[in-house]
Design a protein around this ligand. Structure first.
Ligand SMILES: NC(=O)c1ccc[n+]([C@@H]2O[C@H](COP(=O)([O-])OP(=O)(O)OC[C@H]3O[C@@H](n4cnc5c(N)ncnc54)[C@H](OP(=O)(O)O)[C@@H]3O)[C@@H](O)[C@H]2O)c1
Length: 250
C-alpha cells in the first residue's frame, strides 16, 4: 500500500460519492466524507474504519451549510487534504420519456446552485483556509457539460448540461488564478462515465452508447486518474478512462 493519504469527498451519502469512501478506506487511506443528512450507509462504512473516517455535514446548495462545514473542518484540526473530490450533484430534469418538464426559473436555479455555485464556493472556502494544504481538487463534471462533445440528443438536460458547462468554466478560472498565485493545488474536472446510480434511474428516450458501468468500476478508474495528475495538469478535464476532454475548441 502507498503512504496513507487524506481524501475529502463532498456528497458521500450514496452513488459515486459513497463508493469513493468505500474504496478509499479499502486502500488504507483516510477520508473526510460530507453528507447533507444523517445517513446509515456512510455510518456503517465509518464503523469499519473509525480511526480513518470523519463524517461532516454539508449541503452545497446553502451558503450557511457550507459555512458550517468549513467551521466543522477547522474545528477538526485537519491540516492537509491530498485529494478533494467535489462530487455532489443533481439531475432533476428530465423525467418522462419524450416529454420534458417545463424548464422553470426555479428548476434551472436549483441545478446552478447545486452543480455549479455550491461546488465552486466549497472549494474556494477550503482554499482560503490558512495552514491547510490541498494537493488536488477534482470536480465531478459530466460529458453533458462538454462543449466540444455536445450531446444534442439529450432532451431535457438543458439545465443540467448548462450547470456542468458553467462548472467547467468556473473551475478553469480557479485553476488559472491559482497558477498566477504560484499555488501548488491542481484543479481538475472529471467525467465519471455513464454510471448506474440513483441519478441514472431516469426514463430517457435514447440509448446510452456503450451501456452503463457500475459505481465500483467508475470510481476505481477515477481514483487512478486523480492520482496520476499533478500541478502541470491543472485546469484540465478527464474521463474515467483517463481520456482528456477539451473544454472548448482551440
Ligand atoms: N451517474 C452518472 O451517470 C453521472 C454521469 C456524469 C456525471 N455524474 C455526476 O457524478 C456526481 C455523482 O452522481 P451520482 O450518479 O452518484 O448521483 P446520485 O446517486 O444521485 O448521488 C448524488 C450525490 O450528491 C449529493 N447531493 C445532491 N445534492 C446535494 C447538495 N445540495 N448538497 C450536498 N450533497 C448533495 C447526494 O446527497 P443526498 O443523498 O443528500 O441527496 C448524493 O450523495 C454528480 O455530480 C453527477 O452530476 C454522474
Amino acid at each position: 500500500m502507498s503512504t496513507p493519504k487524506t481524501w475529502l469527498i463532498v456528497g458521500a451519502s450514496r452513488g459515486i460519492g459513497l463508493e469513493f469512501v468505500r474504496q478509499i478506506i479499502g486502500h488504507g487511506h483516510r477520508v473526510i466524507a460530507t453528507v447533507r443528512n444523517p445517513n446509515s450507509d456512510i455510518d456503517a462504512l465509518a464503523k469499519t474504519a473509525p480511526d480513518r473516517v470523519r463524517v461532516l455535514t454539508c449541503d452545497v446548495s446553502r451558503e450557511e451549510s457550507i459555512n458550517g462545514f468549513i467551521e466543522q473542518f477547522v474545528q477538526s484540526g485537519e491540516r492537509k487534504i491530498d485529494y478533494a473530490v467535489i462530487n455532489a450533484g443533481i439531475l432533476k430534469y428530465p423525467n418522462v420519456r419524450h416529454k420534458s418538464l417545463p424548464l422553470t426559473f426555479e428548476r434551472f436555479a436549483t441545478h446552478l446552485h447545486t452543480n455549479t455555485i455550491g461546488p465552486i464556493i466549497v472549494a474556494q472556502k477550503l482554499l482560503q483556509l490558512a495552514n491547510v494544504t490541498i494537493g488536488t481538487i477534482a470536480f465531478m463534471s459530466s460529458d453533458s457539460g462538454s462543449t466540444t462533445r455536445f450531446l444534442a440528443f439529450e432532451d431535457g438536460f438543458a439545465a443540467y448540461s448548462a450547470s456542468k458547462a458553467a462548472l467547467n468554466q468556473a473551475l478553469r478560472h480557479m485553476a488559472e488564478e491559482l497558477k498566477r498565485k504560484q499555488s501548488q493545488t491542481a484543479i481538475l474536472a472529471l467525467h465519471p462515465g455513464e454510471v448506474s446510480t440513483d441519478m441514472s434511474k431516469i426514463d430517457i428516450a435514447w440509448e446510452i452508447s456503450g451501456g452503463q458501468i457500475t459505481a465500483e468500476e467508475s470510481v476505481s478508474a477515477m481514483i487512478d486518474v486523480i492520482q496520476s495528475k499533478s500541478i502541470e495538469h491543472t485546469g484540465t478535464f478527464w474521463t474515467w478512462k483517463n481520456e482528456v476532454c477539451i473544454f472548448l475548441p482551440r
